[in-house]
Design a protein around this ligand. Sequence first.
Ligand SMILES: NC(=O)c1ccc[n+]([C@@H]2O[C@H](COP(=O)([O-])OP(=O)(O)OC[C@H]3O[C@@H](n4cnc5c(N)ncnc54)[C@H](OP(=O)(O)O)[C@@H]3O)[C@@H](O)[C@H]2O)c1
Length: 171
Amino acid sequence: MLKKLGTNYLDLLYIHAPWADVNWQEAIPQIDELIEEGVVREFGVSNFTITDMQGAQQLAKHQIVANQMNYNVLYKTEIDDNFRKYCQNNNIQIVAYQPVKRQEVLADKVIEEIAMNHSVSPAQIALAWLLCQNAIPIPKAINKHHIDENIEAVNITLSEKDLVALNILGA
Ligand SMILES: NC(=O)c1ccc[n+]([C@@H]2O[C@H](COP(=O)([O-])OP(=O)(O)OC[C@H]3O[C@@H](n4cnc5c(N)ncnc54)[C@H](OP(=O)(O)O)[C@@H]3O)[C@@H](O)[C@H]2O)c1
């Protein structure tokens, strides 16, 4: 992995998922070891429920610092108040994958209207909403215009009225 990425260390290494057919528990001492060797800086998990995070924390020697979850303004099902509180209390950063729902946010009328009011794009509103939830969005973009737009989203300030409208969207 290091060779492919042209680096000699990784800032953050995630366990991809706690699916039942994967023995993710056995990766934990291996990641601990990589942290001790300096190959990996931080320990992350992904798609982990509260129960999964508790299991991982019991096995891991090092702090789990991030949980990468499917989370966007149109899909909020996995991130309820309990989940958020648990992450907050345990210093686990929520990282939002599929933050623009693979472009589905572009077609939403409410998001579109808020975007027009701010003179920005719907994708930027979706990213700004995640930032307001203290989640770190990781949009995938190969188009240079998209990349530039996504970086700019950190400068958008959503109003209380915007947030009320966005909070009730989706599942
Ligand atoms: N942990 C997991 O289980 C898991 C699962 C799925 C995905 N992920 C990760 O999450 C990251 C993103 O997920 P994703 O690619 O599935 O979904 P995504 O970021 O929601 O959507 C990517 C799509 O949105 C477009 N896009 C990005 N920025 C845009 C903008 N400003 N305006 C218009 N379109 C824009 C991209 O187009 P262009 O590429 O043409 O710019 C691409 O078609 C990836 O790094 C992926 O590896 C993790």
